[in-house]
Design a protein around this ligand. Structure first.
Ligand code: ADE
Length: 246
């Protein structure tokens, strides 16, 4: 997988993704991160890339020329046109399902806007997907691009140390994750649940599944509609609903 990020703030992306798990995966060539500075494609002698909006109004708008030239340079050696994802609060809200779908692509281009946005004409020309990370407005698309690249990359085999861990975490089957505990056995007079110390793998798995169901029921009940539930899960949920004062 190769991620390309078109941005005016390349250091933000390099610093953000060059650290921790993603940083190690890039170093080990498990995926590639290619960051391109849109400002390098400015034809202006002061390297401007933005201008006042036609029709008036607050703020500045990114001009179409540098974005288009940057894109053309980026795709010049590609065999197929890649998906180009524009970060915008007007897009579809990003989710685990979208992360899974995107993790199957060979190349992905993330276009980060700044100021009041990007001239519509170049967006119409190059963008294939518009995505948002939630219903709030940020100063630019860099943080959303990093959020998406982080969640997509952890689905790529070899990015996480333990192959299992991507499978068991929240949302993988539509449920929230069960609570985790580590040493010490007792902390602030609270003991780790006995079942986790029992060494009985069957009971541990059952307890964890129940905890996942309970958490989802209490915190995000709407997720249960789309979750993959077995007959056993449905029985457990019925029991939980009776016992929990919702
Ligand atoms: N750009 C500004 N706000 C955003 C958001 N919430 N999601 C994606 N891109 C954005």
């Amino acid at each position: 997988m190769r991620f390309h990020v078109m941005t005016l703030f390349p250091d933000m992306i390099a610093n953000g993704l060059g650290t921790s798990i993603t940083g190690r995966a890039i170093e080990n060539h498990i995926f590639d991160l290619n960051i391109v500075n849109i400002r390098d494609y400015s034809k202006d002698k002061h390297k401007h890339v933005d201008d006042y909006p036609y029709g008036g109004g607050a703020g500045m708008v990114m001009q179409p020329g540098p974005v288009y030239d940057c894109y053309q340079d980026l795709i010049k050696d590609m065999k197929h046109k890649p998906r180009v994802i524009y970060m915008t609060p007007q897009g579809k809200v990003f989710s685990q399902a979208i992360a899974e779908e995107l993790s199957k692509e060979e190349e992905l281009v993330f276009l980060c806007g700044h100021y009041e946005g990007i001239d519509e004409r170049v967006l119409e020309e190059i963008v294939t997907d518009e995505l948002s990370i939630g219903d709030y407005v940020l100063t630019g698309g860099e943080l959303p691009a990093m959020v998406m690249i982080d969640s997509i990359s952890r689905l790529i085999p070899g990015v996480l140390n333990n192959d299992d861990s991507a499978e068991y975490e929240s949302f993988q089957d539509g449920l929230l994750e069960y609570p985790q505990y580590t040493r010490p056995v007792t902390f602030l007079d609270k003991k780790v649940p006995d079942v986790l110390l029992s060494g009985h793998h069957g009971n541990i798995a059952k307890w964890r599944r129940e905890q996942s169901l309970k958490r989802t029921l209490l915190r995000r009940p709407e997720l249960l509609e789309a979750a993959q539930l077995s007959k056993e899960d449905k029985k457990t949920l019925e029991k939980l609903k009776k016992n929990i004062d919702l």
